[in-house]
Design a protein around this ligand. Structure first.
Ligand code: SAH
Ligand code: SF4
Length: 378
């Protein structure tokens, strides 16, 4: 596994193994509990720099800052919408690459407690090239390191604006830029760090990996991350159409992807989510709904219909609401559990990879790694 960390930069503290940090302190004649103090302090999101780890002597804080980076994110800008319920961050990394993460808040309603979902990126760009997706249209940049993945979550946790305290109910979904299972080693490492109670401490059941269908890595997930949720971006129920919408289908066709999904469901007992972007006149016919119903019936899955967020480089638009409802009824009548996703963040193009292109030509406004407090509201 080659390290995608930008050349000349120190390791980011969020991915440094506890043993390595214990050894680092031992070299300085310090006890092991110091390492745990640092890890707890960084993961809790209260400190925004090594200097703010105030339970550590000053000289150790200074020494840490020499050998490690507090965050792999060097600058961030935030845009908010939906009356502040949805916020999208563009983060800059050590080598100038830009990635996005989105925070969506769902207030308590009808017996459901308040919850927050953070959508994070796993790569800068994406090599799969789905024509309806802004990230796919931009091509592949590079893999993200485990720290660059985890630091997106820590960035939101640190932000005073959000007060995301560790006890709060937070879901993390790998639905930002990139194909997580093309970067499986680092994504799996980031999941361990996010899940580790001594680190970020988010329960595995609150973590979701979304994939366009990288079958071998889906099978690996079944073995290595059986408690994490799996979402499959299906978007078409037959190969000819899926070859066009999700080009990786030419390598792993619908039947193989669903077979891997069924193995995951059978072995883990966890319900798989089939994501289906609704594109007007392309994949939303009653026939396609019928085919999808056939594929989804009889195993532990549900279908999540997502209205397409239009992108500049594609002529397609989203299926109107009535069309989505009709498609959903075909599925429901066939006994397939079906939900329709709300269109959060439309005005800030929160779907995937669209914002950073707009900001590409100018520097971001915030200081290194710190939450941006001067928010742009749209
Ligand atoms: N590469 C992974 C995860 C990132 S994309 C995957 O494809 O699953 C996360 C989700 O956003 C996918 O289901 C993807 O199809 C969807 N998506 C991408 N572009 C979109 C758009 N323009 N409108 C709506 N959903 C989109
Ligand atoms: Fe990549 Fe997912 Fe976008 Fe397809 S939808 S191009 S797999 S990020």
């Amino acid at each position: 596994m080659t390290d995608p960390r930008p050349a000349g930069t120190a390791p980011a503290i969020s991915e440094v193994a506890t043993d390595a940090l214990v050894a680092w302190f031992a070299d300085r004649g310090e006890p092991a509990y110091r390492a745990r103090q640092v890890i707890a302090g960084v993961s809790a999101g209260r400190a925004r720099d090594f200097a703010e780890l105030t339970d550590l002597p000053l000289r150790l804080r200074a020494a840490l800052a020499e050998d490690y980076r507090f965050s792999s994110i060097t600058a961030t800008e935030v845009i908010r919408t939906d009356q502040g319920l949805t916020e999208k961050a563009v983060h800059e990394l050590g080598d100038g690459q830009r990635i996005e993460s989105v925070l969506m808040r769902y207030p308590a309603r009808g017996g459901h407690a308040e919850r927050t979902t953070i959508c994070i990126s796993s790569q800068a760009g994406c090599a799969v090239g789905c024509p309806f997706c802004a990230t796919g249209q931009g091509g592949f940049g590079r893999h993200l390191s485990a720290a660059e993945i985890v630091d997106q979550v820590l960035w939101w946790r640190r932000s005073a604006e959000h007060g995301l305290d560790p006890e709060r109910h937070v879901n993390v979904v790998f639905m930002g830029m990139g194909e997580p299972l093309h970067n499986a080693d680092r994504v799996f490492a980031s999941v361990w760090i996010l899940n580790d109670p001594a680190r970020v401490g988010i329960g595995a059941r609150h973590l979701t990996v979304s994939t366009s269908g990288v079958v071998p890595a889906m099978l690996r997930m079944t073995d290595e991350l059986p408690q994490v949720n799996l979402a499959i971006s299906l978007h078409a129920a037959h190969d000819e159409l899926r070859d066009e919408l999700v080009p990786i289908n030419r390598k792993w066709p619908v039947a193989e992807v669903l077979d891997a999904g069924q193995q995951f469901a059978a072995r883990t007992g966890r319900r798989v989510s089939l994501e289906y972007v609704m594109i007007d006149g392309v994949n939303d016919s009653p026939e396609e709904a019928g085919r999808l119903a056939e594929l989804a019936r009889g195993w532990l899955c549900h279908v999540n219909l997502i209205p397409l967020n239009p992108t500049p480089a594609s002529p397609w638009s989203g299926t109107p609401r009535e069309g989505i409802d009709r498609f959903a009824s075909v599925l429901r009548e066939a006994g397939v559990a079906t939900t329709i996703r709300d269109t959060r963040g439309r005005s800030i193009e929160a779907a995937c990879g669209q914002l950073h292109a707009q900001l590409a030509k100018r520097p971001l406004r915030s200081a290194a790694g710190l939450p941006e407090l001067e928010l742009v509201t749209v």
